[in-house]
Design a protein around this ligand. Structure first.
Ligand code: IMP
Length: 193
């Protein structure tokens, strides 16, 4: 029997990525697929709590098994900023380049530029809660380099591929080491068991 799971995302790329790894025993539906267009609330200050509440809100609305994901960049010299606020770090009209500018400005007088990306996936299945975490350690460089990817990719160099920024990696290279790929791998392996 095909198991249906609703994914708390509007991002079709994330859905097709997970669907293609899972194969045809699972059917992953996005918010768009189920005709849901409101924003899910993310009121907490940890990725874990926000992923959990998004999965719970979705379960409340659909009554079905579902999962949610939350990611962010944690910079050690900035006490973990931007963290859960990564998408909106530079304010209500934040863009990737404004967020990058603010990070670089705040890091100007800091020696410690180590940082990590983290993804938490929260699954609510048959009334039970499960979390899967992926972390990618690295550092923030002083000037953006590269055109691929999104978000903070041009200023992040992962320890696993120390020669290039995330924005200089191919999609395939990033997918072998990224926080999201690691969390997704754990999630998918658990589902396939
Ligand atoms: P989301 O939870 O996947 O939407 O990620 C929240 C925010 O974290 C994004 O808007 C980006 O600013 C940042 N972020 C998360 N993952 C990445 C990544 O792989 N590269 C660069 N920025 C990321």
């Amino acid at each position: 029997m095909i198991q249906e799971l609703i994914f708390a995302t509007g991002n079709a790329n994330k859905v097709s990525e997970i669907q293609s790894i899972l194969g045809d025993k699972f059917s992953i539906k996005s918010l768009k697929d189920i005709g849901f267009s409101q924003e899910l609330e993310e009121p907490f200050d940890t990725l874990e709590a926000n992923a959990k509440t998004k999965a719970e809100q979705l379960k409340e609305i659909t009554g079905k098994d579902c999962f949610a994901e939350d990611s962010g960049l944690f910079i050690n010299g900035l006490n973990g900023e931007p963290g859960v606020y990564s998408a909106r770090y530079s304010g209500a009209d934040a863009t990737d380049s404004r967020n990058i500018e603010l990070v670089l400005k705040n890091l100007e007088d800091k020696e410690n530029r180590s940082a990590y990306f983290k993804t938490v996936i929260h699954l609510l299945k048959n009334g039970k809660h499960y979390q899967f975490t992926g972390i990618c350690e690295g550092k923030i460089i002083p000037n953006p380099i590269g055109d691929n990817g999104f978000g903070y990719d041009p200023i992040f160099i992962a320890n696993d591929i120390p020669e290039r920024t995330f924005a200089q990696l191919t999609k395939e290279e990033k997918n072998t080491i990224s926080h999201r790929a690691k969390a997704t791998k754990k999630f998918v392996e658990w589902l396939k068991k």
